[in-house]
Ligand binder design. Sequence first.
Ligand code: AMP
Ligand code: ZN
Length: 436
Amino acid sequence: MIKHNIWNPAAECMPREQIRAIQLKRLQSVVRRVYDNVPLYRGRMDEKGVKPEDIRTLEDLKYLPFTQKTDLRDEYPTGLFAAPRKEIVRIHGSSGTTGKPILAGYTRNDLENWSEMMARTLGAAGATEDDTIQIAYGYGLFTGGLGAHQGATRVGATVVPISSGNTARQIMLMKDLGTTMLCCTPSYATHIGETIQEMGIPLSDLKLRAGCFGAEPWTEAMRQRIEELLGIKAMDIYGLTEICGPGVAYECMMQHGMHINEDHVIAEIIDPITEEPLPYGEKGELVFTTISKEGMPMLRYRTHDLCQLNAEPCECGRTFVRMNRIMGRTDDMLIIRGVNVFPSQIETVLVSIDGLAPHYMIEVDRKGTTDSVEIQVEVNEGVFTDTVGQLEGMKKQISERIKSVVGISANIKLVAPKSIPRSEGKAKRVIDKRKL
Ligand code: AMP
Ligand code: ZN
């Protein structure tokens, strides 16, 4: 029998009508708050001719303006804050790749709510006060470390705030303290698992039972790999700085979609081109409106993450709608010779082939007018010593599978174990030289 570990049944299993009633009340209040306090929202709403009192039902959400990452950049550092500075008790940020970070401000209530969201998340993975939780997300401006930390503290677990990096020390503490749960990016979890294997430490020396992994895209194949390497249940968790951080949505023991904390956010799926809302079940861009945030509420924030929502009741008893695994981002979709390609599709193929390690780099270039793709992928130790003929056969098998599943021809390069740099945070797996 699966135990469903519901941290806050009164919230997580609320009847749908009650969720909708809370959402409407909170939406109306957040719209009023941003209209009164944030010039950008007031300006956009005035442009559209929408006043706070026009939001009478949840369906009226569609009349509100969207926000984007560029708005956060333009309003840097604090232009979108909706509370007086003395009420802001924390700032977090996301570095992005270039330029200034985007920042988010939290009031005391925001931190309370975020801790609650993260406690539900860890609780769903089985966390209780009997657990020792090792937090190997980075601590600092990044929301991962402190976000997971607050949730684990709320659950009452013993928290090991080790942050990311120094893998040998991670493993030593894991062993000596009998760590039962791990929180980090899925790529770092893989690296930790492989290092444990190399060090010859049997899993029976560890007490690890579950892990909450997120902050970057990963696949079902990657999940299986982590579950095997670490002997745990690997749960997918989702979040983003603009909305609060980790804990926006979390998997339950069914491992079939992530429940969205709908008493704190409203999720929509839109067509990324027409910007029209799509019904449940259709694939599109995920959009969030925060309904409890005071420091920096977001109206209809376009995440650029692609996924589907599922409103079917879940066996675990939670009534929050589920979002499925993120399928890619509208902005990391590669268009290669006219074919839309998501790195996650390539990952799924690679991880399904025996003898390959889940470490790869996709390099796209343009020779003349033709796009070329090279995929470097690591082989396992045993395979590396195979004959040239065997390696050629493997390359052929990979490129044929990529051709049939993803629809593109790629040049495959098998590389030595450990030659692709490991990541302790978010992994970088695509180099697109065409943009240079
Ligand atoms: P950041 O604000 O730096 O934490 O980045 C947030 C972004 O990380 C999201 O918009 C997603 O693109 C990605 N992300 C976070 N969690 C997941 C997850 N579980 N699966 C896939 N992508 C994720
Ligand atoms: Zn569930």
